[in-house]
Design a protein around this ligand. Structure first.
Ligand SMILES: Cc1cc2nc3c(=O)[nH]c(=O)nc-3n(C[C@H](O)[C@H](O)[C@H](O)COP(=O)(O)OP(=O)(O)OC[C@H]3O[C@@H](n4cnc5c(N)ncnc54)[C@H](O)[C@@H]3O)c2cc1C
Length: 393
């Protein structure tokens, strides 16, 4: 199977990938087309999680273990990991979220804040898909202000810890085997991270119903009532919110890539529809105003690919700072919102039917826009860098 450049990669940015990276993208695309796309409409409509075969297939392709030397198949670049996020979201944003959660937030927490023993013990089990993870930071009363507002507590008890509190919006929360819980230590008031088996007594996860975006992802309200974990489950190098922020920094650019992928999914559906739908005696793609919608969408996509490519290169070069990833997330998610709206508009009435895919991209854009830092939060991070003034509070 040879590598096929995307029609939506107008300036050919995929050429930056190595042959080995292109091979992996090609295999991933073939798997997603054959095994995942046929499920999407039905699973989205029923708000049902992917079948186990999808998790196993992704694990077999190596996309859960791309970040760390303990688990990665080859020495890949951040740009490659971005293209993986884009390629997954191009099919479905819930799929990209599943991988972003496992490879990024969960394994990222262990890679950034775990000891070398914890890394060798846990990372391979997540990479193989034996364990599915979730990342529990947000709480019912603390979203954007989680750096200072966490209320979940961790109290030292003999050679272990007792956790109490509540978490909200936790993706994969009802299907995970282990959830990374961020809690404030009763001892020193600092945020610490814990690997909490979801079978632990006192741990309860309840699916958040009636979600109208990313419906395949199962988001949960989690309660922790005297949940005991041994000291060996505390991430040994997580001593303050600094480490939590380091995990978010590692993964935020990938969300920007997923936003571009979600835009591309809508755009490619729109290009196909423009060629098929006949009005006034010709395919609607032949009407000037429809071409304008497509050209504007492609402009957004192309500018966004250029931006995320550079921000990922900066990660590999060691020059990426918080504000760089934040600008990428704020900019690409804003462009995504415009793009999916233009693409949905191009479908007329069919644009609100799940059967034509574009409605799914349109709805899923809203979750990507808000999670892992809203546009406002990311703008404030950029604004602080521009002006030197912290305007959060
Ligand atoms: C689908 C989905 C999946 C998610 N998955 C996870 C997950 O797996 N794990 C996890 O821990 N969390 C997860 N989240 C939570 C997500 O990160 C939060 O929703 C997000 O950080 C925003 O918090 P909030 O929803 O509480 O909004 P709030 O913080 O209440 O914000 C409400 C509004 O006020 C704005 N605002 C807040 N403060 C300011 C300010 N100082 N200045 C200007 N504007 C401000 C915000 O930008 C927003 O527009 C998920 C959320 C969603 C929707």
């Amino acid at each position: 199977m040879s590598f096929e450049p995307l029609i939506s990669d107008f300036y050919g940015f995929e050429d930056k990938l190595s042959d080995r990276e292109k091979e992996t993208i090609t295999a991933l695309r073939a798997f997603v087309d054959a095994e995942v796309r046929p499920l999407l409409t039905d699973h989205w409509a029923r708000a049902e999680f992917f079948p186990r075969s999808v998790v196993d297939g992704l694990a077999a392709l190596g996309v859960f273990g791309m970040l760390w030397e303990e688990t990665r198949r080859f020495d890949n670049s951040a740009v490659f990991r971005g293209w993986v996020a884009l390629e997954l979201a191009r099919a479905d944003a819930s799929l990209a979220t599943l991988v972003g959660m496992q490879n990024g937030l969960v394994m990222g927490s262990i890679g950034v804040a775990g000891s070398s023993e914890q890394r060798s013990k846990w990372l391979p089990r997540f990479a193989s898909g034996e364990l599915l993870g979730a990342f529990g930071l947000t709480e019912p009363l603390s979203g954007s202000d989680s750096a200072q507002g966490l209320r979940t507590t961790a109290a030292r008890d003999g050679d272990g810890w007792v956790l109490n509190g509540a978490k909200r919006w936790i993706g994969n929360g009802t299907v995970s085997d282990v959830t990374v819980i961020w809690a404030k230590s009763a001892e020193d008031g600092q945020v610490k991270g814990f690997l909490v088996p979801t079978s632990a007594p006192g741990y309860t996860a309840r699916k958040i119903e009636n979600k109208q975006s990313l419906r395949i992802v199962q988001n949960a309200d989690i309660t922790l009532e005297d949940v005991r974990v041994p000291e060996s489950h505390r991430l040994q190098n997580a001593n303050s919110f600094r480490e939590t922020a380091a995990v978010l920094r590692l993964t935020r650019a990938d969300v920007a890539w997923a936003a571009v992928g979600n835009s591309i999914g809508a755009y490619e559906a729109a290009v196909a529809y423009a060629g098929e739908r006949i009005q006034f005696g010709k395919a609607i793609g032949g009407h000037q105003l429809i071409q304008d919608l497509l050209a504007r969408s492609l402009g957004n996509i192309t500018a966004s690919i250029a931006l995320v490519t550079r921000v990922s290169e900066m990660l590999d070069e060691g020059t990426q700072r918080d504000e760089h990833a934040s600008l990428a997330k704020a900019f690409t998610t804003s462009r995504m919102r415009e793009t999916v709206a233009w693409c949905r508009e191009l479908f007329g009435g069919n644009g609100i039917l799940l059967d034509y895919d574009v409605a799914r991209y349109f709805a899923d854009a809203e979750a990507i826009y808000s999670y892992e830092g809203t546009r406002e939060m990311n703008s404030l991070i950029v604004g602080r860098s521009i002006t030197g003034t912290n305007a959060f509070a």
